[in-house]
Design a protein around this ligand. Sequence first.
Ligand SMILES: [Ca+2]
Length: 68
Amino acid sequence: MQNVVDQERHPDGYNDRNPDVRDPDFKYDNYGNLIADKDKEIKEIVYNPAWRASVRQVSGRQAPEPSR
Ligand SMILES: [Ca+2]
């Protein structure tokens, strides 16, 4: 999947922060792991050797690691 476009734009719906269909929302690494999500303003997702994700958002703040 390259893009999600929310045409309804309901406030309780999908938060489409990158509505430009020419600009892919999602990036993946060679293993198929998501490494960026423009709709969620996630600039970079890094995976450690145990495949746990570390997320860096556009704002530059580090999001906490997801709990198990
Ligand atoms: Ca989008």
